[in-house]
Design a protein around this ligand. Structure first.
Ligand SMILES: O=C1O[C@H](COP(=O)(O)O)[C@@H](O)[C@H](O)[C@H]1O
Length: 223
């Protein structure tokens, strides 16, 4: 497991943003259109603040989330709101955004149509992942209803998922969609998450979903 360690989270925000920008620049050299899936949650905001200023052909980049809570964009738990307010700013405002939440539909109703839209972007050029202390990544939560479908190798690109630990139904990129990305990065901050990641390796994905998707990826860590 290759882990890049940063001296603190501020330096990590700069270093990770730089690594992502350089990966995207390389992808843009060989692809007309580039797809970038990013996490929500509490970790990526400061990285987005730096990445959004990168000098890239953002108008050739399609941004999507790795997972979304089934709430409207003006809800405090919306991952879309985070991406729009922290990543799609400055030069990065020229990127396209592929939204997952659809008002008036349930996640189960919307998933098949949305999956086709995501499938058109696959293999994803770059996937950036977060992880929880419970070893979930995207919204692949251990024990969640819908997890076995989302871990199946033939799963659709997007799967609805319900975790008893979470207040909202969610929609998540499947393990196959995440795993098949051309470039993968996992960002974890804190000793607890590092210990959880080390614990996850060697466990089955049903217990530790991160273990099912991060092979071959780059891990970025700061205390
Ligand atoms: O709920 C989520 O959790 C993970 C980890 O979030 P963090 O707050 O611990 O950084 C995140 O990667 C995922 O996208 C999000 O929906």
């Amino acid at each position: 497991m290759q882990i890049i360690e940063y001296i603190d989270r501020d330096i990590a925000a700069i270093g990770v943003a730089d690594a992502l920008a350089s990966g995207l620049k390389n992808a843009l050299l060989i692809q007309d259109k580039v797809s970038l899936a990013v996490p929500g949650g509490t970790t990526p905001g400061p990285i987005f603040d730096v990445l959004c200023a990168a000098d890239l052909d953002w108008d050739r980049v399609t941004i999507m989330l790795t997972d979304e809570r089934w709430v409207p964009e003006d809800h405090e738990r919306s991952n879309t709101a985070l991406v729009k307010s922290r990543l799609m700013q400055g030069p990065a405002a020229k990127a396209q955004f592929l939204p997952f939440y659809r008002a008036g539909e349930t996640a189960h109703e919307a998933a098949p149509v949305l999956s086709e839209t995501v499938r058109a972007q696959m293999p994803l050029s770059m996937v950036v992942l977060g992880m929880g202390n419970d070893m979930h990544t995207a919204s692949l939560f251990p024990g969640a209803k819908g997890l076995s479908q989302a871990l199946h190798p033939d799963a659709p690109a997007l799967c609805p998922i319900e975790a008893s630990s979470q207040p909202d139904v969610r929609i998540t990129l499947s393990a196959a969609a995440l795993k098949g990305a051309m470039d993968k990065h996992l960002i974890i901050f804190g000793q607890d998450k590092r210990a959880a990641l080390e614990d996850a390796m060697g466990r089955p994905p049903e217990e530790a979903p991160i273990a099912g998707v991060i092979q071959g990826g780059t891990i970025h860590w700061a205390a």
